[in-house]
Design a protein around this ligand. Sequence first.
Ligand code: ATP
Length: 366
Amino acid sequence: MSSIKLQNLRKTFGPVEAVKSLDLEFANGEFAALLGPSGCGKSTTMNMISGLETPTSGDIYFGNTPVTHVPAGKRGVGFVFQNYAIFSHMSVFDNIAFGLKVRKLSGDDIKRKVQQVAELLELTGMLHHNAGRLSINDMQKVAIGRSMILEPQIFLLDEPFSNLDASFRFYMRGQLKRFQREIKQTMIYVTHDQVEAMSMADKIAVMDFGILQQFGTPDEIYNQPTNTFVANFIGSPSMNFMDCTFHQHNGAGLLTHHSGGRVSLDDKRSRLLEQNPDKSNAFILGIRPEYLHLHSQPAADSWWQTTVYMVEPLGSKTIVHLQLGTDIVQAIAPADFRAEPSTPQWLELPPDHIHIFGKSTEQAIR
Ligand code: ATP
């Protein structure tokens, strides 16, 4: 086990700056996810940690040991890629046992360890099958087993389940999380799937355009996003964003939307918006669909009048699209909610669930 520190890490490919000045620290035994859209620099970061790529500048430490220029084979890192890497002419047993044979473990020890890994990955009945004839799902299990069995101090997985079918992905996510909890290796998992990152990782590093946007627990990332990119990337349906203007009215701070909807702000938030360095009154109000409460009758002045645009029944819940001036926002309503388009509704915005972002900076103000 080992912590990992990335210090001012940068990687360019000709004119492309794949990773820009990345500072990140993964704690010993942590399960971390690198999350972001395609091309944001996740794989390049992983390749630098594993030693497959040399950084253009910056440093990598495992614990207190600098490893930036240590060859990949000497870093003690296990790596599983999106495309399964197995010996297709060998049996499942020999594939999983391969690294232990290289390390010259005794036959009994190898058998015992292969059995353990095979049980965890549900490969026990296939140990003597030819690996090249397995399904893609099972080949990826073998690839994971081959790395896992060596109990590397650091385990890196780059979108390992993205070629697998959905139910198998769901199953493997659970298995991997259990395995990591048992072995407590430092594990870094690359994905562009926010559900995968949220459901498995202790900490998530969200990247965009080679830049770290936020590093935090799933709760922090979901409930306290640092900017509109993170707020929008995490959650499905994603956060609603509404342009608003800020002004004082009878001593109280108010955010007003062009539809006429208003939110009263407490003193702390009012002060923060007044001190906004770009001196603009323009802000973005964000609220997640599950916190937009719908009412069929107005009962409070603070509720925003809206009309139903479209209703999506999903069985366990209903997603309601609502017209608010020229904006369409989404609210999550109970499973039995039904309404025709243009039906009036009133929206309650609980103050504790409102996020405010600078219009020009797109950074959270809190
Ligand atoms: P994906 O999820 O699609 O794999 P990613 O977030 O892992 O994307 P990277 O593969 O790290 O992103 O790529 C980051 C940027 O660097 C992209 O613009 C990519 O085209 C570029 N890039 C990566 N590897 C190379 C390379 N060997 N040569 C040139 N450009 C590269």
